[in-house]
Design a binder for this molecule. Sequence first.
Ligand code: ATP
Length: 355
Amino acid sequence: MTIEISNVTKHYGSFEALKDISLNIPKGELVALLGPSGSGKTTLLRMIAGLESIEEGTISFDGSDLTDKHVNQRDVGFVFQHYALFKHMTVFDNIAFGLNVRKKRLRPSKKEIEVKVNELLELVKLSGFAKRYPGQLSGGQRQRVALARALAVEPQMLLLDEPFGALDAKVRKELRSWLRKLHNEINVTSVFVTHDQEEALDVADRIVIMNNGKIEQIGTPSEVYDNPASPFVYDFLGNVNLFHGRLHKGKLNLGYAQFDAPDYLDAMDKNAVGYVRPYQLNIEREKKSVDAIATKVYFIHSIGPKWHIELKREDSDTYVEVELNKAEHAQLDLTVGEVVYVRPKEMKVFIPEDF
Ligand code: ATP
C-alpha cells in the first residue's frame, strides 16, 4: 500500500504540533520518523493510523483519501513501545486474538487459526513458545509476539512507535537487524518512530527527519548522513565538528585557515559555520596548505575498531574530533601533547538562520 500525506497540519490548542507535512511512502518501503522528543513523530504516526483527526491536508492510501476514515477502516497493524500484550493469555492466544476479532466475518476454523499462528511464530522466531504467558518472556521476545499479533491480520501497513524503546542496548541492536530481515521477507509498507539515530540509519530505507513539527529532510540513510540539508540534521545525526568563521568571496575564513565554500554561497559576505564529521578529517604533521588547522593532541582512545582523537585548537578553546581507522592510527603514531594539523577532506558550509 502506498501512503500519500499532503500538507497536513495539527494543533493541540494553540500549539502547532505539525506544520504543513507532505510525504509519500511507496509500497513496501520501511520509513523511519526520526527526531528529538516533541518533534511530532508520534502525532504524525497516529494521524496515519487514524487515531488523530486531521485539521488541514489529506492522507491517502493507494490513492484513496482516508482523511475521514476511522481507524478500523484502515488496514493497519500496530506495535507500541510497551508491548500491550494480554497478560492472562498465552502467546498463542495473543497472536490469535487479532485473527478472531478482525476476521470475524470470515470465521476462520480452529485449524486455520492454528496453522496461521504457527506460521507467525516461525516468522518471529518463537516456535515452541506458544504456551508461555507474556510474564515468562524476555522484553525482546514480548516485542516479537506483539509484532506477530500485528501481522496476524495481514495488514497492508505496519506502524511501529518506538518498538524497541524499552529494551536494553544489546537486545535493541539484535531486534533491529531482525526487523530489517523480517521486513525484506514480508515487504509490508512500514513506518516506525524512533529518536535513536543509529537505529534509523541501520534499519530504514528512508529517514524522515523531524524537528519542531516540521520535516527537515527526507532521504536514504546515506543521503541524510553524508549530505544533510541543514545544520540541525548534521548535528542530530552524529558527531560533528563546527568551525565558526566568515564567509567572503567563496571562502570560509577562520583567520589563519580558510576553506572553499559551495558555489551558491559565492556572493555572500556573512558569518557562517563549517561542518565536518570526524571521519572526514585528515591529520598531518606539517602545515601544507591554507585549509590546515593547528591543533594539539589532547586525548586518544579506541571504540571498537575505530580510534577517536581529540585535538585542542591552538587558536581557540574548542576541540576537534577525528576518527581514524586502525591502519591510519598505527601509521600516524600520535603522542598526546604534540602539535598536528587537521585538514578536512570536505567541508560543508551553512549560514545559520540566527546569524
Ligand atoms: P517523543 O519522542 O517524546 O514521543 P514525539 O516526536 O513523538 O516525541 P509528539 O508526541 O508527536 O512528539 O508530540 C509533539 C508535540 O505535541 C509535543 O510538544 C507534545 O507535547 C504535543 N502533544 C502531543 N499530544 C498532545 C495532546 N494530546 N495534547 C496537547 N499537546 C500534545
